[in-house]
Ligand binder design. Structure first.
Ligand SMILES: NC(=O)c1ccc[n+]([C@@H]2O[C@H](COP(=O)([O-])OP(=O)(O)OC[C@H]3O[C@@H](n4cnc5c(N)ncnc54)[C@H](OP(=O)(O)O)[C@@H]3O)[C@@H](O)[C@H]2O)c1
Length: 278
């Protein structure tokens, strides 16, 4: 698996990880596909996609329970677990409690990376960031990140940290949604904050794109593989497609360990240029 440095740290994470939204329910738990979800996550880890993205929001905690189950056969250090705290839990004590509950559902002792799911202007960000640092101090999380923060919000979050860096900003980024290229991506590049692209295959919609299919033929790759490889060709970007179907999962894993030519990267960028500003 291709690896990339995480933020300014000296650790590396896979360029392609796995998402878990709607794997185990939406805003409430759905137990119907637990077996399939566990099978998919385990297969993904075997294929090198050992970064798993989840959240207390997903399936109202059930996605974390399923991730906890999926990682059981592996040594803890063989996986990199990312979870997120809900925007309503950003007061100091609420955040600490939310993290402890996530860790319990994940059946582990710590999360590798903990993200603020989205900004909440009702709660002072300073208080939230202080609680995040406390979690690091307590060894409940290794790294701090944010999600869906724009440049101004990212700068504010950074300003409240004294001992840690923000290592990730998880935001929507795909060939069909390229808004971040305007200012967030250059800012994060400059600050060495890894962009974790969510919804990187636009819910599977890119699979049908004829232009990507055509490019893929030259490499014996599919449209989805071309779309993911285009994303992770960017220096500071990793992606977390979600797939419960094993054929999807294996296809996504096939986006690594090959490269698009510079010319093809440019052709794809200009073909999808009208999505640059969203
Ligand atoms: N921070 C945030 O606010 C936020 C927001 C959205 C998402 N996320 C995270 O990002 C992850 C990814 O985003 P997402 O799940 O919304 O969308 P996505 O990864 O762009 O798309 C997932 C959908 O695409 C299908 N799919 C997967 N691989 C495919 C392939 N090779 N060919 C065709 N279809 C394929 C999946 O089907 P099957 O599952 O049936 O295989 C699923 O329906 C989430 O799961 C979540 O962890 C974070």
């Amino acid at each position: 698996m291709d690896l990339k440095r995480l933020g300014k740290t000296n650790i590396e994470v896979p360029c392609i990880g796995m998402g878990t939204w709607e794997m185990c329910g939406g805003l409430s738990p759905d137990y119907t596909y637990d077996k399939e979800a566990i099978r998919a996550l385990r297969r993904g880890i075997e294929l090198g996609m050992y970064l798993i993205d989840t959240a207390e929001m997903y399936g109202a905690g059930h996605a974390e329970e399923v991730v906890g189950e999926a990682i059981k056969p592996f040594r803890r250090e063989e996986v990199f677990i990312v979870s997120k705290v809900l925007p309503e839990n950003l007061h100091y004590k609420d955040l600490i409690r939310a993290a402890e509950k996530s860790i319990k559902r994940l059946k582990t002792d710590y999360m590798d990376l903990y993200l603020i799911h989205a900004p909440n202007p009702q709660i002072p960000l300073r208080e939230t960031m202080e609680a995040m640092e406390k979690l690091v101090e307590l060894n409940l999380i290794r790294f701090i990140g944010i999600s869906n923060f724009d440049v101004i919000q990212t700068k504010e979050a950074m300003s409240y940290l004294s001992k840690n860096d923000i290592v990730v900003n998880q935001v929507m980024y795909s060939l069909l949604v390229r808004d971040i290229e305007r200012d967030l991506l250059p800012f994060c590049n400059e600050q060495k904050i890894t962009i974790m692209a969510h919804t990187p295959i636009a819910k599977g919609e890119l699979a049908k794109n004829e232009f990507l299919k055509e490019i893929g033929k030259e490499y014996n790759k599919t449209a989805i593989q071309v779309a993911l490889t285009w994303l992770i060709a960017k220096e500071n970007v990793i992606a977390i497609p979600k797939a419960i179907r094993l054929d999807h999962l294996e296809e996504n894993a096939g986006a690594i360990e090959w490269r698009l030519s510079k010319e093809d990267i440019e052709r794809i960028s200009s073909y999808f240029a009208h999505f640059e500003l969203g």
